[in-house]
Design a protein around this ligand. Structure first.
Ligand code: IDP
Ligand code: MG
Length: 149
């Protein structure tokens, strides 16, 4: 089954949105296989956001992401990477559709509540940055036969 990395950023944790985000992904039919609340070390923030290291917003992004604990998760499901990106919504919450996490719960591009991997390759890379293989739990959802044809 496909996997993706999802992270509730410090604003989402501080605003008490962990339960809301998890409920949306669980309700969709996705399966949580790993989770951890953690204040990220700078080194892993740089690895995760390596394509943004030279961007003008990177210093403020790094400061924001390390300002408090994040809630790190691995989710599984068919086509989970694009499915989660759709549920998360556009990077700028002002452009994010209603019904999406950023569309419903955020105001500013610099405080957009969640991170989600943008491709299966990024997902593999990002899961590897934050989790070891034995952190990932293997089990079946009881409703699996009703979620997939
Ligand atoms: P994504 O999170 O939707 O994949 P990316 O373009 O990969 O968006 O940017 C990573 C994160 O960097 C965004 O979620 C946001 O927190 C931050 N970011 C991106 N562009 C800007 C910007 O123009 N100003 C401030 N922060 C930004
Ligand atoms: Mg991105």
């Amino acid at each position: 089954m496909d996997q993706t990395f999802v992270m509730i950023k410090p604003d989402g944790v501080a605003r008490g949105l962990i339960g809301d985000v998890i409920a949306r992904l669980e309700g969709k039919g996705l399966q949580l296989v790993a989770a951890r609340l953690e204040k990220l070390p700078e080194k892993r923030v740089m690895e995760q956001y390596r394509e943004h290291l030279e961007k003008p917003f990177f210093p403020s992004l790094r400061h924001y992401i390390t300002s408090g604990p994040c809630f790190l998760m691995v989710w599984e499901g068919k086509n989970v990477v694009p499915v989660v990106r759709t549920l998360v919504g556009a990077t700028n919450p002002a452009d994010a559709a209603p019904g999406t996490i950023r569309g419903d719960l955020a105001m500013d591009i610099g405080r957009n509540v969640v991170h989600a991997s943008d491709s299966p390759e990024s997902a593999r890379r990002e899961i590897g940055i934050h989790f070891s293989p034995d952190n990932l739990c293997s089990y079946r959802r009881a409703d699996e036969t009703f979620l997939y044809e």
